[in-house]
Design a protein around this ligand. Structure first.
Ligand SMILES: [Zn+2]
Length: 125
């Protein structure tokens, strides 16, 4: 599974998975919309500085928004809403948690976080 951060429309969605999940045109529109929302949120995160207390609070709030988008994406794809399969939280701008290790843990209750991460160092997100 490859979840590179991308801003594209419907053409970037996996057509085999769309067919397998029996997605309707409305579902697809919803998925594309959620991807744009995700992309916008990431752009806002990039512009914030985690060493600034006010920005740090904003980052935490945007991190919560990403979590919500991940749940809505699972619903739009027709998957069970399960945070153990979320893959955006460890790819957030400024996140210091190990990406490859967390891909390996996907679908398990074991998330690998580092204390220096502005989002997950204190397990706030
Ligand atoms: Zn992190």
């Amino acid at each position: 599974m490859n979840h590179r951060h991308q801003s594209g429309g419907e053409e970037t969605l996996n057509p085999i998975l769309l067919a397998k999940q029996e997605r309707t045109a409305d579902d697809i529109e919803n998925i594309v919309e959620l991807h744009y929302e995700l992309h916008e949120t990431f752009d806002r995160m990039v512009d914030l500085a985690p060493w600034n207390d006010l920005d740090l609070e904003r980052l935490h709030n945007l991190g919560e928004a990403v979590k919500e988008i991940e749940f809505r994406l699972q619903e739009a794809w027709g998957f069970e809403q399960n945070a153990q399969y979320h893959s955006w939280w460890f790819q957030l701008p400024h996140c210091k948690c190990p990406i490859l290790d967390n891909w390996d843990q996907l679908g398990t209750p074991y998330a690998i976080t580092v204390t220096s991460c502005p989002y997950h160092g204190d397990k706030n997100v």
